[in-house]
Design a protein around this ligand. Structure first.
Ligand code: ADP
Length: 765
């Protein structure tokens, strides 16, 4: 095998006998030709290869080896395929075998692995070299590196593709723009417009057959500036642009124009001149944006905000004297104060209604209050059309044929919508009321007044007298905001009113308490003296009777008198106790209860009181428990020291115990317990009496309160309902507290606590 492939043989044909001189000449030509061929192969950057007629490599290809790094042995046969990219091998073999079979040209593109492992793409061509008889002797071919060319081609294709795409995108954007775009030359001739501009031009001159310039169109539009002044021709946007001016999208470049249809629009114009290489203006691009709706919305929002501000100011301006009525006025003449408060409330809600009318620029506003429990609707105020509020409320009442109650006036769906802060729409004065969606038309809307998700009222807003109005999302949001603000104003003002009322009541109560105390104190003093005299006289009479020297018969006859005197004595005792209670209660109330608090053993006070009462109520079983253990005579537990007025605390225990005896069955035991808690002592008196429902448990501490239906046992005297009130006053003045735990039918446990005396000698509480 020669190092370089041999030249292809001469074209097939007949053999010519050669003359001796001729043969030497031919040999010389052949040698030169081979040399030229070698130089050519060496000079070319391509890979040159030779394969036999069967397509197998037998001869060396230094250029292939140099490029791939394969050895001569490795390229033999089909070994060269190993340097071809694995993915390209099947295709290569297929095309190669087809060429071998057909004897035609072999052309294919595949990737060859360079000696350093990098694959590059080659364009491979092979031609058959034929014998004189036409049979294939061998194949000669070249591999040309086309990697860079291919990349360049790919890039070119990609760039062309992107450029087209971009142009299409720009075209689509241009057409899809909602702003109208006009491109015109320096004579004002229109060179291009987008769809929005086409629509605009059609509205200006629909049937114009002739070519019109930009200025021809503008001349028909009665152009004015943003303030409404006519716009001189030199100020037309086309003129300014062609003079080289750049127009920015600002309110200053807004134009007002009137279309031939009479419709007025506000257009914001921006644009820029187009210049040639030398900088001369050769045309311009102008963009027009219809800002009519935006401008109107901005103006309305501005007005609404101004009025909202006024609404908020109204909230701040609520008269102070409504919040704080002067004490003498509230105390001495609460009716008058109440009347003027109501008057002020009335004025404020009416002012609110008027402001809302102004904020929403509407025909009529009615504010309805929703009573918390009955859910009855009541007209608070209205503005605009006089009487429309009443008419509407009347319609509401009519629709539920009774009093206007929320759930009867509206459908459940409408009520749910209101509670979810949604608006309702009403198509006519008497049309049905349904939740409203953005963009729907209604004659009136009803907005909920919500505070903390609580519905406290409704506002009905009617935009125009007979027209339906289309509600945009912004308008609906403003209505909801106004309703919320109105809810705040009315609630704030209602609370102020309530506070003023409460203060007036409190002052009146204090005053009547003072008078009652005065009366009680006088009355009990007045009664005490005659009662003492009566009691003394009765006792004197009884003693006299006993001492009289009477016969048994006379004594028997006088027994009835003795009996009467005894009963009078008991009754007088009872009356004396009642009078004492009266006096104590008035004293406690006016803070004149004299108490001398000193360190005392609470255990001793309670023990003494229990023992006193046990001696008078001998049939009752009264147990004394200390820390849960029954206390016997011989036991002497550790003292429980408190700072107390022993007599007053004794009175508290007596009252609790007397009640327990009085209100529980004779055969049932009564437990008195004393317990030491963390920093206080607790005394409880437990009985098995009728017990008390929770509402009564709160009221029994009030003065003169007696639970209806609870009867004293046997001959026990009914009280005045003062005992527990006195107990509470005494204990609270000892920094302690009182209470009862009870259930109807299961007895009661009345208790009080006192702060324990600490080592420092102070009450722990
Ligand atoms: P009264 O002198 O009427 O007993 P109190 O102020 O001591 O006045 O008690 C107020 C009311 O509380 C009583 O009229 C009675 O209805 C109820 N009450 C007091 N103690 C008891 C009790 N242990 N069991 C049931 N009801 C009681």
């Amino acid at each position: 095998m020669s190092t370089f492939p041999e030249l292809p043989p001469a074209p097939s044909g007949e053999a010519f006998p050669l003359l001796p001189g001729e043969a030497a000449g031919i040999e010389e030509r052949l040698r030169r030709s081979e040399e030229r061929y070698r130089s050519l192969v060496a000079a070319t950057a391509q890979i040159v290869w030779v394969a036999n007629a069967q397509g197998l490599v037998e001869e060396d290809s230094p250029s292939w080896r140099a490029y791939t790094g394969q050895s001569f042995e490795e390229i033999l046969g089909l070994g060269w395929l190993e340097a071809v990219h694995p993915d390209d091998r099947p295709g290569t073999l297929h095309v190669w075998s087809q060429a071998l079979a057909s004897g035609g040209f072999y052309e294919i593109e595949y990737r060859i692995r360079r000696y350093d492992g990098v694959y590059r793409t080659f364009w491979v061509r092979g031609v058959p070299v034929r014998e004189a008889d036409g049979s294939i002797r061998e194949w000669v071919g070249t591999c040309t590196d086309i990697t860079d060319r291919k990349r360049l081609e790919d890039e070119l294709v990609q760039t062309a593709y992107e450029a087209t795409l971009r142009a299409n995108q720009l075209e689509a954007t241009f057409e899809a723009m909602t702003d109208a775009v006009f491109i015109f030359d320096c004579d004002g001739q229109i060179l291009g417009v987008n769809a929005a501009a086409r629509r605009f031009l059609n509205r200006v001159a629909p049937l114009s057959g002739k070519e019109m310039t930009v200025d021809d169109y503008l001349a028909q539009l009665d152009l004015r500036d943003a303030t409404g002044q006519p716009l001189p021709r030199e100020q037309w946007p086309s003129q300014r642009l062609l003079r080289g001016e750049v127009l920015a999208d600002a309110p200053l470049s807004d134009l007002l124009l009137r279309l031939p249809s009479g419709c007025e629009r506000r257009i914001s114009v921006s644009g820029s001149p187009v210049r040639d290489d030398s900088g001369s203006v050769i045309g311009a691009v102008a963009i027009g944006r219809d800002v009519t709706e935006r401008y109107l919305l901005e103006r309305r929002t501005h007005e609404a905000l101004e009025a909202l501000l006024a609404l908020a100011e109204a909230l701040v301006e609520i008269p102070r004297d409504l919040a704080d009525p002067p004490p003498q006025q509230a105390g001495s003449s609460s009716v008058k104060a109440d009347g003027s408060c109501l008057q002020q409330r009335h004025e404020i809600t009416h002012r609110l209604a008027r402001l809302i009318c102004q904020v929403l620029n509407c025909h009529q506003v009615a504010i309805l209050h929703l009573a918390p429990e009955s859910e009855l609707l009541q007209l608070l105020a209205y503005a605009g059309d006089e009487g429309a509020g009443e008419r509407w409320l009347h319609w509401l009442s009519g629709s539920c044929s009774t009093e206007p109650q929320l759930s009867l006036c509206f459908s459940p769906e409408a009520v749910a919508a209101l509670r979810a802060d949604r608006l309702l729409g009403q198509s006519g004065a008497e049309g049905s009321v349904v939740p409203i969606e953005v963009g729907e038309c209604y004659a009136a809307v009803i907005a909920p007044m919500l505070i903390d998700q609580q519905l406290i009222g409704l506002i009905r807003i009617q935009q125009a007298e007979h027209e339906q109005h289309e509600y945009s999302a912004e308008e609906m949001a403003i209505i909801r905001a106004v309703a919320r603000l109105a809810a705040l104003v009315t609630e704030h003002e209602r609370l102020l009113h309530e506070r003023a009322e409460a203060r007036a009541n409190e002052l009146a109560l204090r005053e009547s308490n003072r008078r009652m105390d005065e009366f009680l104190s006088i009355a009990s003093h007045e009664l005490r003296t005659p009662l003492t005299t009566i009691k003394g006289n009765v006792q004197l009479a009884r003693r006299h009777l006993l001492r009289l020297p009477l016969t048994a018969e006379q004594r028997e006859k006088l027994a009835i008198v003795q009996e009467l005197l005894e009963r009078t004595d008991r009754q007088t005792g009872l009356l004396t106790r009642l009078v004492r209670d009266l006096l104590e209660s008035s004293r406690a109330q006016v803070d004149r209860l004299v108490m001398q608090r000193r360190p005392e053993n609470l255990l001793s006070i309670v023990r003494q009181t229990v023992s006193d009462l046990q001696s008078t109520a001998t049939q009752r079983r009264i147990r004394l428990l200390v820390a849960g253990q029954e206390l016997r005579q011989e036991n002497e537990p550790a003292p429980i020291m408190v700072l107390a007025d022993a007599e007053s605390i004794g009175l508290v225990v007596t009252n609790y115990l007397t009640n327990a005896i009085k209100y529980s069955p004779r055969e049932s035991p009564i437990d008195v317990s004393i317990e030491r808690e963390e920093c206080q002592a607790r005394v409880s008196v437990r009985d098995q009496g009728p017990g008390l429902p929770p509402a009564e448990q709160r009221r029994i501490w009030e003065r003169f309160y007696r639970v209806p239906g609870i009867q004293a046992q046997g001959s026990a005297s009914p009280g005045l309902g003062l005992g527990l009130h006195i107990c509470k006053t005494i204990v609270e003045r000892h920094q302690g507290s009182v209470g009862v735990s009870s259930q109807p039918g299961a007895g009661s446990t009345f208790w009080f606590t006192l702060p324990l005396l600490t080592d420092a000698g102070e009450g722990a509480g």
